[in-house]
Design a protein around this ligand. Structure first.
Ligand SMILES: [Zn+2]
Length: 458
């Protein structure tokens, strides 16, 4: 009995092991990560705080105070970055009138500041990644548009992440288009992001992923835990516009943990380990925290893969609070509670993920797992309509209870070539009944796409 058990264990660890995830680093991605500047992030947060309030309903005409002055400054900064990079960013206001609603007493103009770095691929082949932070702020009373609302962490920190990414990444060329966005109206109900996402959807924009950075600068948790080495990525497990048929398939295949948003989170977890040392991205299997929301949600609701970055341990005394001292406790979202080294690491995670995604081939399409007969092998089929042929593909494998892909097998394009421009590969001896499978496309540069989960096919 003992002998048999040993043999089984040995087989398992030979087929599924952590050591088999490739650790190849791409020099351009590495360079981008290294160029992230702590000083620039600090400068941006301090400058945003100096507008006194950035409440969505605050003054828009004053030269130094209110949301109008803040957005003019953000736009000028984006324009400066663009100039320094040879004019490669398209900087513009995305403006619209928000109708009256619970947190907007009368129709109000909302303005998002958007800097787009066009990718090399356009038309049908254009892929877009969106990265956002919200530049509006608030105090205890959500309708108070005049009190000091520094919003250093919520969300000058996320805005600084986005701006620093735009500064650094605009000096490089990517296959995919990257949209850097500082949005307004988040605190009033995700208004700015929702309108931008809706307009993008109407225009048929091919958004492959969206990341919101919101509350990404504090390391002193209200729970007394101090942790500057971890951040959270929130991702939904099932898209809210899943059809009944898709839902039945999710139940049948056990793919409730393999939504496109979760694959994006998993990708970020994997890539950041490769480029950002002594820093961990912790996956949370939830769309957002309880009682809270963020700018990724309107994107999720339209069916786009979208996730949220937030610090590991929040401090609620320093969010959405009037700046005051009560019984010796300082309340308010002040810049002294932002750790700029930590925010820079969050920025590096964004940079590594975005650069890898935007330089990698697009993911495979029409991915299927053959269920036409009972067998102990697993056959996968897929197509790829990217830019020319990729170098190959990774077949990703993990136990059904494992959070991350545990093994990746490289299969060259030639090895996987099947009939009629379809690719096909059979993984011998690993049963689809016991593992989850996925497929990534791999470029000549070694960078890979997000994972696609195959649907059952006959
Ligand atoms: Zn926020």
């Amino acid at each position: 009995m003992k002998l048999i058990a040993l043999v089984i264990l040995a087989t398992l660890s030979a087929s599924i092991g952590f050591s088999q995830i490739p650790e190849h680093r791409h020099s351009v991605v590495e360079e981008i990560v290294q160029e992230i500047s702590v000083d620039n992030i600090e400068r941006i947060v301090e400058r945003l705080v100096a507008f006194h309030t950035r409440h969505t309903l605050s003054d828009t005409s004053h030269p130094d105070i209110g949301i109008g002055a803040a957005r003019r400054w953000i736009k000028r900064e984006f324009e400066d970055y663009s100039r320094a990079a040879g004019g490669r960013l398209n900087v513009e206001y995305h403006r619209f009138i928000a109708e009256s609603q619970p947190r907007i007493p009368e129709p109000t103009e909302i303005v998002n500041v958007v800097a787009t770095l066009p990718g090399k691929l356009s038309g049908d082949r254009e892929r877009v990644y969106v990265i956002s932070g919200h530049y509006d702020s608030r105090v205890s009373d959500i309708m108070d548009a005049e009190s000091f609302a520094p919003g250093a962490n919520d969300d000058a920190s996320g805005t600084a992440v986005v701006m620093e990414l735009a500064r650094v990444m605009s000096n490089y060329e990517f296959d995919a288009t990257i949209v850097f966005m500082a949005v307004a109206g988040e605190e009033q109900g995700l208004i700015g992001a929702r309108q931008w996402a809706t307009d993008a959807y109407r225009h048929g924009m091919n958004i492959h992923g969206m990341i919101t950075n919101d509350i990404v600068g504090n390391v002193f948790g209200g729970n007394n835990i101090v942790d500057n080495t971890r951040m959270r990525v929130f991702s939904e497990g099932v898209s809210p516009n899943t059809t009944d048929e898709e839902l039945r398939r999710i139940v049948a295949t056990g793919s409730e943990n393999d939504s496109p948003s979760r694959q994006l989170a998993r990708y970020i977890h994997e890539v950041s380990q490769r480029y950002v040392t002594n820093f961990e991205v912790v996956m949370i299997y939830r769309r957002d925290r309880y009682l809270r929301g963020g700018d990724h949600i309107p994107f999720n609701e339209l069916g786009y893969p979208a996730i949220r970055f937030t610090e590991m341990n929040e401090n609620f005394n320093w969010q959405h609070q009037d700046v005051r001292i009560e019984e010796g406790i300082q309340y308010g979202d002040l810049p002294e509670f932002v750790d700029y080294e930590y925010t820079a690491n969050v920025t590096r995670v964004n940079a590594a993920s975005l650069a890898s995604l935007a330089l990698a081939p697009p993911p495979p399409v029409n991915a299927g797992i053959d269920i036409s007969r009972l067998e102990h092998d697993t056959t996968l089929r897929w197509e790829h309509d990217g830019t020319g042929e990729p170098a190959g593909f990774y077949i990703c494998i993990r136990e059904t209870t494992a959070p991350q892909w545990q093994r990746k097998m490289f299969v060259s394009t030639a090895e996987a070539a099947g009939d009629d421009d379809r690719y096909q590969y059979t993984v011998g001896g690993i049963s689809k009944d016991n593992y989850n499978f996925g497929i990534q496309a791999v470029g000549d540069n070694g960078l890979h796409s997000v994972t696609v989960f195959p649907d059952p096919v006959r």
